[in-house]
Design a protein around this ligand. Structure first.
Ligand SMILES: [Fe+2]
Ligand SMILES: [Fe+2]
Length: 401
C-alpha cells in the first residue's frame, strides 16, 4: 500500500515537471544597452524546448496583429542544478525596434507559447518618464515580496523599468527561491523591463561565502555587457530619455569599477546620473558601515555630481540629505541623494547615530519607490507597501550638465 502511494506521488511529481506551463517559465523581460531599439528576454524550462523562439510584433488593436510578427531564435544554455538535474535556459535579444513604440512579444516554440506581453521602447527625446525601484527581496519571496511588486505596479503601471537593488534571493543555489521570486513577479517581470543589481547573497554558495558568484544568477536574465569585461551582466549601463543609469557590482573589483565609473560618467552627455549598487555607501542597519564602497566610489560620485544612488543590503529604509564629501550640502549647492531600501520580509534594526546624514528612516516595513524623471526635476517618492507615501524629495539637476 505504502509503495503504491509513493509511486502515485512520484508520477504526479514527474507529470508536474513535464506539464509545467508558461506560468512556470520564469520569463524575464530585461533592459538592454539600447532601450530605444532593443529589449532582451530570458526564460527557462525543465524539459528541452524544440527550436525556442521569441515572436515580436507592434502592439496593434487587431486580433491578427501577430501576422506582422518577427521570429527571433533564442540561444539555449544548459544549467546543471545541485541535484544534477538539468534546466534549459533561453535568451534572446529583440533588436531593430522603433523608439517610443508599443510591442507585443511571446516566447516558446511551435509546441507551446506564452501569452503576448506588451512593453514600450524608450523615446528618443528627453520626454518625462518614471521607473520603479525595490530594495532587497531576499526573504518572504512569495509571501511578502509579491505585495511589494504588486503595490509598486499599481502605483506606476507605466514604469519604464523596474530596478531591484540586489539580494534577489537569499541562497541562489536553492531553486525554490527563484521559483517563489518569479511567481511573486509573475507577468509583471515579463512586462516591465528588469534592471537587476547583483548583491552579496549571489556569492553565498552551499552555506559559505565565495569569491565567485553563483552560476544560477545570470541564467535568469539577459543584460547589457558594456561594463568591465570581467563583470559581464553585473556591471553595466544604459541611457533612458536623458538619464544615464549605471549598475555597479558592490562585491568585487571595486577599484577597477571606480576607474570605469569615472570614465563613463565623464564621457556621456546626460542630464541625470543615477547609480545603483547593492551595498550602501552610508548604512542604516545597526552596527553596519559601508567604508569599502565609500573609499572606492565617493570621490567619483562627488566629482560627477551624481543625482541619486539606489541601494539595498541594510534591510531598513533611509534617504539621505543631498550630500557631498559625506556632509549635508548648504544652500543651492549640488549634493547626491542616497537611498537604502528593503522589499522583503527580512528586517534589521536602524542604526541610531545617523541623523546628520539621513533625513528620513524607517524600520520593520516593506517599501517600494517611484522615481519620476523630468527635464527640470527628479521626484523620488517612497511608499510603504500599504500605499502610504512616506517620503518625497525633489532633486534638481547639476548646473554643470
Ligand atoms: Fe540583503
Ligand atoms: Fe546584502
Amino acid at each position: 500500500m505504502h509503495r503504491i502511494i509513493l509511486s502515485i506521488i512520484l508520477i504526479l511529481l514527474i507529470l508536474g515537471s513535464v506539464i509545467a506551463g508558461p506560468e512556470d517559465w520564469r520569463i524575464a523581460l530585461c533592459i538592454s544597452e539600447d532601450p530605444q531599439h532593443q529589449m532582451n528576454v530570458s526564460w527557462r524550462t525543465e524539459s528541452q524546448m524544440n527550436a525556442p523562439l521569441v515572436q515580436v510584433a507592434q502592439n496593434l488593436p487587431q486580433v491578427m496583429f501577430y501576422e506582422q510578427s518577427v521570429d527571433i531564435a533564442a540561444q539555449t544554455e544548459i544549467v546543471l542544478r545541485s541535484d544534477s538535474t538539468r534546466v534549459y535556459v533561453y535568451s534572446a535579444k529583440m533588436t531593430g525596434l522603433i523608439p517610443s513604440t508599443a510591442y507585443a512579444y511571446r516566447v516558446g516554440s511551435e509546441d507551446e507559447w506564452s501569452e503576448w506581453f506588451v512593453f514600450e521602447t524608450a523615446n528618443s527625446t528627453e520626454a518625462p518618464f518614471r521607473f520603479l525601484y525595490l530594495g532587497d527581496p531576499q526573504n518572504g519571496l512569495l509571501s511578502h515580496v509579491s505585495r511589494a511588486i504588486r503595490a509598486g505596479y499599481g502605483e506606476a503601471p507605466d514604469a519604464a523599468f523596474l530596478t531591484i537593488a540586489g539580494d534577489l534571493v537569499s541562497v541562489p543555489g536553492i531553486d525554490q527561491q527563484w521559483e517563489d521570486l518569479f511567481h511573486a513577479g509573475s507577468w509583471v517581470f515579463a512586462t516591465i523591463p528588469l534592471v537587476p543589481v547583483m548583491g552579496n547573497h549571489a556569492y553565498y554558495i552551499d552555506g559559505e561565502w565565495s569569491d565567485e558568484h553563483s552560476s544560477y544568477w545570470q541564467p535568469h536574465f539577459t543584460l547589457p555587457e558594456n561594463g568591465l569585461a570581467t563583470l559581464p551582466e553585473t556591471n553595466y549601463y544604459f541611457h533612458y530619455q536623458g538619464m544615464l543609469f549605471v549598475v555597479l557590482n558592490g562585491s568585487e573589483q571595486l577599484d577597477e569599477q571606480a576607474i570605469w565609473l569615472d570614465e563613463i560618467l565623464g564621457q556621456v552627455e546626460a542630464k541625470w546620473l543615477i547609480v545603483s549598487m547593492h551595498q550602501p555607501l552610508y548604512s542604516t542597519g545597526r552596527g553596519r558601515d559601508g567604508t569599502k564602497r565609500r573609499d572606492a566610489f565617493l570621490s567619483v560620485i562627488d566629482k560627477h555630481e551624481v543625482d541619486l544612488v539606489l541601494q539595498g543590503h541594510d534591510h531598513t529604509f533611509g534617504r539621505t540629505y543631498p550630500l557631498r564629501k559625506g556632509k549635508r550640502v548648504k544652500g543651492r549647492q549640488k549634493g547626491t541623494v542616497y537611498i537604502n531600501s528593503v522589499s522583503g520580509s527580512k528586517q534589521y534594526e536602524l542604526e541610531p547615530a545617523i541623523e546628520d546624514v539621513f533625513e528620513v528612516t524607517g524600520e520593520n516595513q516593506q517599501f517600494y519607490h517611484v522615481i519620476d524623471v523630468q527635464p527640470s526635476k527628479l521626484i523620488l517618492s517612497s511608499y510603504t507597501v500599504d500605499g502610504e507615501l512616506r517620503d518625497e524629495i525633489i532633486i534638481k539637476p547639476s548646473r554643470n550638465r
